[in-house]
Write a protein that binds this ligand. Structure first.
Ligand code: FAD
Length: 408
């Protein structure tokens, strides 16, 4: 039977960073990383951006070169899934039939793309964008001459994919069930701005539409049928409607969790010596008024990973990292600082028509978050307002010529 002092499950952003931070913090014990995908850890964000647009090749996405992991004595079991956790025996069962014992377990499994529940969801030509394999399949469809593509879901991934595809010259229809895109993560101003951008770039963007089913020829998708009976022809469909946290084996083992697995302020699950980090971990977020939530971002995965690595090395401190995020669409760079949950006021700095502006979110007069579009200075200075819990004068806040650092 194999054994390691620390076993990390999931070879994505969080898993990789945890192994890196363990060694950086002087951990000399044995580490094994188990990952379901066949690749060494790579950056996921470019899958809907530079990699998809073929501006970056895959070899530029690796978080570290293969030689790094050998030098740091971090072996990987790739293409292997953990199917069962025995928390009492501290033993994992793997999809290759083997077992693995752990001293500490770090669960860093992210999530699986949420699938459509309607008929036709399993047809060929229906894609998610979560892994390199997903993205390569999609790129092959484009190479094979796909002209009409429907993107279901107006979240960041769907919008980024739509931007790339429209730049490649495809006929793109984007369908969002809610009345506006980005409804779960952004205020109305930002949604309206991106809706206009996509339409200006030729995307047929429709909000408030319900998908009835996907139609096919018995094998491959041919179109998307809407609730009103109309059909949008499509040779390929992208489904970008969120993820389901990949926590099945942990929950079966008795870990507490409803939306993902619950962790305390030290990223500890309710099982002994089992931590969870990244997209799959639900925690009480200081930057969201203590609400228990999962945060799906590279920042969160990396910072939780570092927090756990330090704890394992004896430097246990609560997880309090500042949340930030980015999204690239067309020539627009969005940078988000803080979490806007529960905001009751927004202030716009600059004019969206200039394609360079910020939305500041306030809750009871305090700045809780910013969305900055092509406004790097606001992002850099604005995050300090969030960290400080500043309550600036609304009029000065709205004046884009007043640097945010003056409002601290
Ligand atoms: C297309 C795309 C674009 C994105 N863009 C941005 C962006 O611009 N900015 C940003 O901040 N974030 C972005 N994100 C989100 C970001 O990539 C995630 O928040 C981040 O990858 C989370 O890291 P993680 O370690 O929790 O999970 P992941 O990086 O998803 O890694 C989890 C790994 O665990 C594996 N796994 C799952 N179950 C098991 C199991 N039982 N056994 C073994 N292995 C398992 C999975 O296959 C996966 O490889 C994007 C995500 C996607 C998909």
């Amino acid at each position: 039977m194999d054994k390691a002092d620390v076993v990390i499950v999931g070879a994505g952003h969080g898993g990789a960073q945890c192994a890196i931070a363990l060694r950086q913090n002087g951990f000399t014990g044995t580490i094994t990383v188990i990952g379901r995908e066949p690749e060494y850890p790579y950056e996921r964000p470019p899958l809907s951006k530079e990699y998809f647009a073929r501006e970056k090749t895959f070899d530029r996405l690796y978080i570290r070169p293969e030689t790094f992991w050998a030098e740091k004595e971090v072996p990987f079991l790739l293409g292997v899934e953990v199917t069962d956790v025995d928390a009492r025996a501290k033993r994992l069962t793997l999809s290759n039939g083997k077992t693995m014992e752990y001293g500490k377990l770090v669960w860093a499994t992210g999530g699986d793309p949420r699938r459509l529940s309607c008929s036709g969801a399993d047809l060929a030509g229906v894609h998610a964008v979560r892994t390199r394999a997903d993205c390569d399949l999609l790129m092959a469809e484009v190479d094979a001459g796909t002209k009409n593509i429907v993107v279901i879901g107006g979240g960041y991934i769907g919008l980024e994919a739509a931007a790339v595809l429209s730049k490649l010259g495809l006929n793109v229809t984007l369908l969002e069930a809610l009345p506006r895109v980005l409804a779960r993560v952004a205020g109305e101003d930002l949604s309206a701005f991106y809706q206009k951008e996509h339409r200006d770039h030729g995307v047929d963007l429709r909000t408030g539409v319900a998908v009835d089913c996907l139609e096919g020829d018995g094998h491959k998708v041919t179109g998307v049928k809407l609730a009103d009976g109309s059909v949008i022809p499509a040779e390929a469909v992208i489904v970008g409607i969120g993820i389901v946290p990949a926590v099945g084996p942990l929950i079966t083992a008795g870990a507490v969790g409803a939306n993902g697995v619950d962790v305390d302020e030290y990223c500890r699950t309710s099982l002994p010596d089992v931590y969870a980090i990244g997209d799959c971990a639900a925690f009480a977020c200081d930057f969201a008024g203590g609400n228990v939530m999962r945060v799906e971002s590279v920042q969160n995965a990396n910072d939780m990973a570092t927090c756990v690595a330090k704890a394992i090395c004896g430097d246990e401190k609560p997880y309090k990292a500042f949340p930030w995020f980015w999204s690239n669409q067309y020539d627009l760079r969005l940078q988000t600082a803080g979490i806007n949950l529960g905001f009751d006021q927004t202030v716009i700095r600059g004019n969206p028509e200039d394609r360079s502006f910020s939305v500041v979110y306030l809750k009871q007069g305090k700045v809780v978050a910013l969305d900055c579009v092509n406004m790097v200075k606001d992002y850099v200075q604005g995050r300090k307002l969030v960290e400080a819990g500043a309550s600036p004068d609304a009029e000065r806040l709205a004046d884009k010529d007043v640097p945010l650092k003056e409002l601290l």
